[in-house]
Design a binder for this molecule. Structure first.
Ligand code: FES
Length: 104
């Protein structure tokens, strides 16, 4: 194995593409090479997009990896439906909890 391709492989093993679910680029590429070519399929297998950020941090990166591996353009890929809340909220806010320190 050439030094540059070994370095490339090590880089893929280390790069975390989904921080919420701690999924690496190498894991995503392995799933794509196993025949799963949609964001929804990869989400069901690796839980990418199901973390705290709802996929805002990883789905576009994974779509680019699908494009690299399969040639399916990012523009023609179907992104999973965003579910509310659209951005992370403190649980206390949803439960109506009132922080006493904020009143002071
Ligand atoms: S980075 Fe993937 S769900 Fe947040």
């Amino acid at each position: 194995m050439k030094k540059s391709s070994r370095r490339q492989k090590n880089r893929q093993d280390d790069v975390v593409v989904c921080r919420c679910e701690e999924v690496t680029e190498a894991e995503v590429r392995a799933v794509i090479r196993a025949g799963y070519h949609s964001l929804e399929e990869i989400k069901r297998i690796l839980r990418t997009g199901m973390g705290h950020c709802g996929g805002r941090g990883c789905l576009k990166v994974i779509a680019r990896l699908i494009e690299e591996e399969t040639g399916i353009p990012v523009a023609s890929q179907k992104f999973p439906t965003a579910r509310p809340p659209l951005k992370p909220l403190p649980l206390g806010l949803l439960a109506g909890y009132k922080n006493e320190q904020e009143d002071r």
